[in-house]
Design a protein around this ligand. Sequence first.
Ligand SMILES: Nc1ncnc2c1ncn2[C@@H]1O[C@H](COP(=O)(O)OP(=O)(O)OP(=O)(O)O)[C@@H](O)[C@H]1O
Ligand SMILES: [Mg+2]
Length: 1084
Amino acid sequence: MKKLGTMAKMEVKTSLLDNMIGVGDMVLLEPLTEETFINNLKKRFDHNEIYTYIGSVVISVNPYRSLPIYSPEKVEDYRNRNFYELSPHIFALSDEAYRSLRDQDKDQCILITGESGAGKTEASKLVMSYVAAVCGKGAEVNQVKEQLLQSNPVLEAFGNAKTVRNDNSSRFGKYMDIEFDFKGDPLGGVISNYLLEKSRVVKQPRGERNFHVFYQLLSGASEELLEKLKLERDFSRYNYLSLDSAKVNGVDDAANFRTVRNAMQIVGFMDHEAEAVLEVVAAVLKLGNIEFKPESRVNGLDESKIKDKNELKEICELTAIDQSVLERAFSFRTVEAKQEKVSTTLNVAQAYYARDALAKNLYSRLFSWLVNRINESIKAQTKVRKKVMGVLDIYGFEIFEDNSFEQFIINYCNEKLQQIFIELTLKEEQEEYIREDIEWTHIDYFNNAIICDLIENNTNGILAMLDEECLRPGTVTDDTFLEKLNQVCATHQHFESRMSRCSRFLNDTTLPHSCFRIQHYAGKVLYQVEGFVDKNNDLLYRDLSQAMWKAGHTLIKSLFPEGNPAKINLKRPPTAGSQFKASVATLMRNLQTKNPNYIRCIKPNDKKAAHIFSEALVCHQIRYLGLLENVRVRRAGYAFRQAYEPCLERYKMLCKQTWPHWRGPARAGVEVLFNELEIPVEEYSFGRSKIFIRNPRTLFKLEDLRKQRLEDLATLIQKIYRGWKCRTHFLLMRRSQIVVAAWFRRFAQRKRYQQTKRSALVIQSYIRGWKARKILRELKHQKRCEEAATTIAAYWHGTQVRREYRKFFRANAGKKIYEFTIQRIVQKYFLEMKSKMPSLSPIDKNWPSRPYLFLDSTHKELKRIFHLWRCKKYRDQFTDQRKLIYEEKLEASELFKDKKALYPSSVGQPFQGAYLEISKNPKYKKLKDAIEEKIIIAEVVNKINRANGKSTSRIFLLTNNNLLLADQKSGQIKSEVPLVDVTKVSMSSQNDGFFAIHLKEGSEAASKGDFLFSSDHLIEMATKLYRTTLSQTRQKLNIEISDEFLVQFRQDKVCVKFIQGNQKNGSVPTCKRKNNRLLEVAVP
Ligand SMILES: Nc1ncnc2c1ncn2[C@@H]1O[C@H](COP(=O)(O)OP(=O)(O)OP(=O)(O)O)[C@@H](O)[C@H]1O
Ligand SMILES: [Mg+2]
């Protein structure tokens, strides 16, 4: 309990109890009376709170002005919120219905009831727009939504009209199934329409209009469209359009026309289809302008004739119907009975009836065609199982001044809806308590089943009576019908008629004779019986339907299939009443299969004005809607019930024992759960199969607890999921890290390896390069050598070859000629020289002159050779003796030439040697005997006295081994010197004959000192001495040529000096001892 208390405090923040104006939920109203109920509504209405709940039923009071409570923000506010969480709103109901459809897979229907102008159509549009806003999104879904929403303007234009009660009154019943897929995305829809009030096409009550589309077309169509449809803009031109309220305040027909055209396009009407529709509308309008005039016929029968055929012509042009066919159809009626055709003429009234019947039929069939066409566009494209939300917007309960068949039908429909409401809410609820064995106080409520029975009972219901009357042969009028009613229903407590036998109404002046009154759940309605039979019959003369079928206009042709003569059906078509009854029955069955949601619309005033709250009017509606009973039942009973299984399933997480699985029966589980939650026992009861919760707030609290628990569970799931995710992520990261690391290592290793490889390659390449360059150098060198050798060889071979072949070349001709010429010249030269040779004498200086300059050297050489040859020749003539002489001469020349001035004079003197013929002179017989050897020189020489320089003659003898000096006169040998003791001979360079013979020191001969001589044959004597010494001693005698030399005189060394002497002594040189040391020889 404590727990719930705190919860209650918390939930107040978001409860519908917050900032409540009056009471949001009538169930909470205290005290509950009609007055408090109305006051509550009024209070809320005054504060713009037009919605109020009775449990899950929404009461909507028409504000007659636009309120800012339908904005997208509001949609968001109510989206996914608990029904009781926010202030009452139609969106809350829509959300509840949509979510229960989407999440609990329950088909829904939204039943909108209320009288005309209470706001049903608006409510249905609000529901649709809310569902469209919250359901799935996406291009395809949006298109479906848009088509569903845009079907409204089209159907409203053709099916709504201004009435005294409502400027946009729905003149047809509409039930729309919106289909969803399992996700809650809309797939499409199906619209069912119920009985259009077609009488409005031809006649409108005062202050009301025809269907909107006529006014919209005339106001909004372009000039050319009007021209095409052969229409004029002026409403007054058309009999079918009432003039007194042609314009509706605040309604722009022209703009609405554009909206409708646009909506048709969105829904999927082709241009030609839309045009055809408008053509039919135009034809209907123009039909009203066809007028008839009576024409009497000879046979007394009344006949009608079309006053102005122009309109008919235009209609026929518009619909492509043969004018004569249509004209005939307006004049005759053909009845076929028993294979017989009987044609009767139509009087004016019948002609008008036929015209109006055609107009009504044409229009109502067009309307049905439109619904079908829209259905074709919006139907779900898939065959999958669909979830359905039905929205029922049917015409509201109507009480007019003149109520006819239409009102009867409309009110019957409302009666049925009330019935289903009662069945599903009040009755069902109470019955359920009984069924479930729940303690409960019965609440009285008015069950309108009896009224429904009055109308629809198959045997004696009003509709059955009407059908019976229509089918009855004989004269049938509305009066006979009323009579019949009076007979059959007179005792029915909800049927009132003056003509009934029941006396209680006999004096009721409010009840005219041709009327009957029904006490509907919503009040008494007086119906004029006039027209009931006709309208129920809904007859269109066959001639007209056949004329229509013959139309060239395909749409019109398709609207009248029964006009096809091939398909002629003599069976009567079902009456309007039975058709409607059947379709209502189908609708009811359909609604019963769905989860109902109620919107009960209340009209606050009759003036269509904002801010006016007519308590009387509202009170009336509250009464007939049974709202008070509704609240009572809710309050007396339990606000909420649910089977144990789904309840346990829904709330099991709130209790440890039931979460996550409850093993026992569901009921026990719910008991445990509720005990655990400490819900006060008076708040709930256990039924046979369901748990009943008294107060919505308890449920709300349960929901809140559940929500909170779900959040906790979500957190738990999140926690586990996050843990799992993190772990998975971590594992993934770890795996990834290993992969990354492996890859990285591989990469790094590879990089290192590649670097190493690159380095190795670089080093290798350097080494290889270096080696290669070395080899290259060597090879180059080798190659160069080879090339050089080759070049040399080539040159050499070239040279060789050239040389070899030069002769074969003309280029060498010059040289050849030159050589030849030279040869010739040389030849000639030599031949000439032969003849010009000088004498063979070696001393002949003559030599022929040189003939050519280039032969200069040759010439000289030749001259030299010739001279040598000449000399040789000359020498070859010599004897041995003479040869010897020349040898000596030669020797002399070698020794003295150019050294001794005396030499040239000696050249011409032949060397005789033995100038003294000792052997022949007796005086020297003794001398001769003393000398055994051969005498080489025997000559008289002057021996220079060493002391004074005076000379004494002495015979100078040279033998092979000795040198001998003898006295000239006696021949006595004075001195004898072996040649080996002679060391040197000295002489001057001048032209004198002095010479000294130096002796070997210490030898015997040298005791007196060296000898100094003068001789005319000095050159011969020195030469012979030299030669003899050489041949005897094998030593070259030293011959010193100098103008000053030393001579050994005994112990003294005397210098002999040669000077250029004076001319005193003639040409004879004089020798004079100057001092001890000097002996001067003056040479001339
Ligand atoms: N929620 C609302 N907000 C503003 N105006 C509203 C609202 N509901 C109804 N109306 C006004 O009331 C008029 C009548 O409403 P609506 O056409 O929905 O009535 P109805 O119940 O469908 O009547 P009928 O049975 O004749 O078709 C609307 O044209 C609109 O002007
Ligand atoms: Mg409506």
